[in-house]
Write a protein that binds this ligand. Structure first.
Ligand code: ATP
Length: 286
C-alpha cells in the first residue's frame, strides 16, 4: 500500500452530495491499515436503547477525523466504546469490532488503552481543579508509555502552550475555560498518545478560543499524533480535521472531507444546525 493510501481516510461510500433525497445509509468498510478501525459497531444501553447500529469509521495513522452529528446522534457513545468506558454508563457493545494498531481493543480497560497509545480528553474540561497546573500534567504522565521522558515531554508542551508554564504553580481551577481545555489536552498528551480522542472540546468556548485550540490541535497532529474529534459545532472540526463522518440517530449518514461536508448547506442545516463559524485567535495558549 502506498504512503498516500496509508494516511488518507476512507473515501468509500457516498459523498456529501448524496445526503439529501432518498434515505441512503452508506455501506462503509474501514481501510485495513488504519490506526483505529471501528467496524459495524452496535451499542445498546440497558439492553433497551439502541444507541449505535452498524457504525463504521476509521482514523489513519497520523490522520485527523471528526465525528459530527446533532444531540443524541451517538458521538459520545462511539468514543465510550473505543475507550472502554461504556460499562460505566450502562452500555455495551453487542456487535462489531474495534481495532487499534491492528489489535482488537473491544475488551481492553481504559488504563490499558492509555498505555497502548490512546489518549482522551473527556467532555467538560475535567481538570483536577485543586491541583496545580504542573501537578495536573504529572498526573497525565503516570499512565503513559513514556514516563521516562516525562520532563522532556512536559517541556515540549510548555513551549507549545506557554500559558501553562506561566500558570504552572496555580490551581487549575483558577484558569479560564479555554485555558482549562488546553490543560486537559496537554495532560492527555503527557502520555504520548498515538491517537488523541477529544469529546466536544469547543463546548462553551468563545469562537476566538476555539480557533486557537484548533491551531494547537493542528500543531499536535503535525508532530505525529492522530486525532479523533467528536463535535456538534462545526468550527473546530473545520480547523482541525481533514475528514468527517456524519452520525445521525446511531448510524453513519455519510462521510467526506471535512471541508466538503461543512460547505454543504443541507448538511449544516439538516444535521448540525449551525453555520461554520471561523473565529479569530485569542491569547489563550500564550
Ligand atoms: P450529545 O452531543 O448530546 O452528547 P451524542 O451525539 O454524543 O449527543 P450520545 O450521548 O452518544 O449522543 O447518545 C446517543 C443515544 O444514546 C441517545 O439516544 C442517548 O439518549 C442515549 N444514551 C446516551 N447515554 C446513555 C445512558 N447512559 N443510558 C441510556 N441511554 C443513553
Amino acid at each position: 500500500m502506498s504512503q498516500e493510501e496509508e494516511v488518507r481516510p476512507v473515501t468509500r461510500g457516498p459523498s456529501v452530495g448524496a445526503v439529501t433525497g432518498a434515505q441512503q445509509t452508506p455501506a462503509h468498510a474501514p481501510v485495513s491499515s488504519a490506526l483505529l478501525e471501528v467496524d459495524e459497531l452496535r451499542v445498546t444501553y440497558g439492553g433497551a436503547v439502541l444507541a449505535l447500529d452498524g457504525v463504521s469509521f476509521s482514523v489513519p495513522e497520523g490522520g485527523t477525523v471528526a465525528l459530527l452529528g446533532a444531540n443524541g446522534a451517538g458521538k459520545t457513545t462511539a468514543l465510550r466504546a473505543v475507550t472502554g468506558l461504556l460499562r460505566f454508563h450502562g452500555g455495551q457493545v453487542t456487535a462489531g469490532s474495534i481495532r487499534f494498531a491492528g489489535r482488537s481493543i473491544a475488551r481492553a480497560d481504559a488504563a490499558t488503552l492509555v498505555g497502548s497509545g490512546i489518549g482522551q480528553v473527556l467532555e467538560g474540561r475535567r481538570v483536577f481543579a485543586d491541583l496545580t497546573v504542573a501537578e495536573n500534567l504529572r498526573v497525565g504522565a503516570f499512565a503513559g508509555r513514556a514516563r521516562r521522558r516525562e520532563r522532556e515531554i512536559r517541556q515540549e508542551l510548555l513551549e507549545l502552550f506557554p500559558i501553562l508554564a506561566e500558570r504552572a504553580d496555580q490551581p487549575a481551577g483558577l484558569l479560564s475555560g479555554g485555558q482549562q481545555q488546553v490543560l486537559a489536552i496537554a495532560r492527555a498528551l503527557m502520555a504520548q498518545p498515538r491517537l488523541l480522542l477529544l469529546d466536544e472540546p469547543s463546548l462553551g468556548l468563545a469562537p476566538r478560543v476555539v480557533a486557537e485550540i484548533g491551531q494547537a490541535l493542528r500543531t499536535i497532529n503535525e508532530r505525529g499524533c492522530a486525532l479523533l474529534l467528536v463535535e456538534q459545532s462545526t468550527a473546530l472540526a473545520m480547523r482541525a480535521t481533514e475528514h468527517a463522518y456524519l452520525l445521525e440517530t446511531g448510524r453513519i449518514r455519510t462521510h467526506a472531507s471535512t471541508a466538503e461536508m461543512l460547505s454543504d448547506e443541507r448538511v449544516r442545516a439538516s444535521y448540525l444546525g449551525a453555520p461554520a463559524v471561523l473565529g479569530h485567535p485569542e491569547e489563550v495558549t500564550r
